[in-house]
Design a protein around this ligand. Sequence first.
Ligand code: PA5
Length: 438
Amino acid sequence: ISFSFGASLGGSTTTFTELKESFGAAALAAQRWLAETPSCTEGHGWLALPDSPVEEIEETAAWLAGYDSVIQVGIGGSALGNLMLNQALLDGFYNESTPGPKFYLADNPDPDKTLSIWERVKEGRVALVGVSKSGATAETMTQFLWYRSELLKKGQSDADILVITDPEKGIFRAFANGSDCRVMELPASVGGRYSVLCPAGLVTAAALGIDAPALLKGAAAMRDFLTAEKDFDKNPALKLGAIHLLHEREGRPMSVLMPYSSKMAYFAEWYAQLWAESLGKNGLGTTPVRALGAIDQHSQVQLYTEGPDDKFFTLICAEGHGVELSVPAIEHEALSPLKYLDGQGIGAMLNLEAKSTAAAIVKSGHPLVWLELEKLDAETVGALVFFYEYLTALTGRMMGINPFDQPGVEQGKKYTYGLMGRAGYEKDAEEVGEWFRK
Ligand code: PA5
């Protein structure tokens, strides 16, 4: 993974020396905080995940791989990390192309999607995986209850269920303790959106063939580097945290992440959740915007270049795309104007387009960081995941907010509990009612 910061200040009059003067001390203090806080402290557990033993993950993955299909239910941090890994590291048409179990992730509680997944799997043996840290989230529970009931109706049992949840608390934990389903821990000190490198993200990914040890190895290498490198100019997390805060302060409240790889569309989605839910607090925070190259070159890039100077850009380019396809020689007369494409690689063109977009944004005077990946394999993805988790937590600390809580999201959950009639949430239901009477 390499970074180019040359254009990262855009039209700002601040120099790199001033950037370091303004934010360097806070960045180093945040780095120390992350290094010195024990990983058993609430919110800090993700820093230790790269050292997790993989035996239980691999054993459970092997068990899941024996089913015809696996349905995973979960939402937010209990879904996005897994979706991101699967898209980045599996064949784009995995369910059609691979002999292993078919895999479906039921995140949004949309009955049309819930049913249509079931219709595809119901004839075979199905494993149900429920992921919820709190073990209570209504979107996850409704779908879990529905799929479990269908599973039991067709003669399967709780032994075909795995729940991944808090070691002690919550309804899932109570269910696991009182039934013969399998259970794995989502460590108490790991928050949902930081949980991709624990069983929540890894178990079904490993069942589909993703190399979990390689993911953790990449994450560990990145963690060791980010923790040890104390030079502001050499540590990209310290620098990028500072750059984000500078742009927020100067009136650029949006942070666009634009990978040039179809396999990384969900990476931008995962990042958007991590960034927004961790840093949007106390009237602060920049709005993450997910974009995808080259598709958004034909839509958003007009705004990005000639619209207001209110955004900071990160473009991600993967040097290798796994395969390369060359344009064949052109022999049809009418197509001869396309001869300039003869023999050119489609992946190579995608990378040139990333450079074109970066140049167009920089030419317009907007700030941009260029992030390059040598290849998109498990080790690199593990490193990139850890880098963004670290950057997010570090930036939050520099902002003076807690990057590990999510009171706004919790309020929404309470309103849902109230409206659905859960005892103890009557006042929340009343509050929503009042809003709608206004
Ligand atoms: O990051 C978070 O805390 C949230 O996005 C949660 O992951 C999400 O709300 C789901 O929560 P739970 O895993 O408790 O069902």
